[in-house]
Design a protein around this ligand. Structure first.
Ligand code: MN
Ligand code: MN
Length: 324
């Protein structure tokens, strides 16, 4: 395929600190641009943290991640993947949320992603807090449930907060199962840990058949074994990947609202994404980077590096399906 017009700007041609920062230095293509019909993978910002229950800030993440994404180059040094040669990728810009209204913001996000789906574009999103995954799934899974591999220190499966409020970043996957957007038997959650108020979320997971791999099991078994199980659970059906940056130990990713001690290091954080290879992935997101708590910028840099690994598996999946 010819992806010549959709190559990222090379640091050999223009130094990486120069120019307008788009995701990974890709062209910025809106739905008003005729090139939109050629785009195969869209990188999208969701600058919204209206679901945050504790320390806010991920509304600032897409802009910060675009800036740090100028550090990314065109090829994967470990897997040798060349995502920009496998698929035409573009920055589709930001969804414009309404920071004062949770329901209105979710409707706007679903409307935007419905256009993405109708255009046949696979989305790679930068949140936002984890509630933004729910309105994304409402667009992507509107006619059949998806499988999901979910990296996080939290299940985000709670019923409600603050006296029955059902839409926070601790509840998106409870809603997604209730709304038929996820097939719970094809959902695997990796890295769960931390002290808890109660285990109502884990009881729900057990009741509907969601596989939760807690952090102590992750460390005991290792990345390769855990990801083999995750691939088996997701199977060959269409699968979404949701990556909460608080999956990673706060020593490596301190810039997030709800950190939990004892997580994977930054190398393991990339290895788990490489372990998704072979799955039928139709979209992915990286959420919960909070620039106000990311004083060194290390969390944003790790976040965009994870987005690049996600892009590599997404582009390889796309190319494999086109070749079949
Ligand atoms: Mn989460
Ligand atoms: Mn989390």
């Amino acid at each position: 395929m010819n992806s010549g017009d959709f190559q990222p700007v090379s640091g050999f041609d223009l130094p990486r600190f120069a120019g307008i920062a788009t995701f990974m230095r890709l062209p910025y293509v809106t739905f008003e641009d005729p090139r939109i019909s050629e785009v195969e993978i869209g990188l999208i910002g969701v600058p919204w943290d209206g679901g945050t229950t504790n320390r806010p800030g991920p509304r600032h993440a897409p802009r910060q991640l675009r800036d740090y994404s100028t550090m990314i180059r065109s090829r994967n040094g470990v897997t040798r993947s060349k995502p920009f040669e496998l698929a035409r990728c573009a920055d589709l810009g930001d969804v414009g949320p309404n920071p004062a209204d949770v329901q209105d913001s979710m409707d706007r996000i679903t409307a935007f992603y419905s256009k993405v789906v109708d255009a046949g574009i696979l989305p790679l999103s930068a949140g936002g807090d984890h509630l933004c995954t729910l309105p994304i799934l409402r667009a992507l899974a509107k006619d059949r449930p998806l499988g999901m591999v979910h990296f996080d220190s939290h299940t985000d499966l709670f019923h409600s907060y603050f006296g029955g409020f059902k839409y926070t970043h601790g509840t998106p996957f409870r809603r997604a199962v209730e709304e038929g957007l996820l097939d719970p038997k094809r959902v695997c959650m990796v890295g769960i840990r931390g002290p808890a108020y109660d285990f109502e979320d884990r009881d729900f997971a057990d009741a509907v058949g969601i596989r939760v791999i807690p952090i102590e099991e992750f460390h005991a078994r290792g990345v390769e074994d855990v990801m083999a199980e995750a691939r088996e659970i997701a199977g060959s059906g269409e699968t979404y990947v949701s990556y909460d940056i608080d999956f990673i130990d706060p020593a490596f990713a301190p810039g997030t609202g709800t950190p939990e001690i004892g997580g994977p290091n930054s190398f393991q954080a990339l290895e788990v994404v490489r372990g998704l290879k072979g799955l039928n992935i139709i979209g992915a997101d990286l959420v919960e980077v909070s620039p106000p708590f990311d004083t060194s910028g290390a969390t944003a840099f790790l976040g965009v590096t994870i987005m690049f690994e996600l892009l590599c598996v997404l582009a390889e999946c796309k190319a494999r399906k086109q070749a079949a």
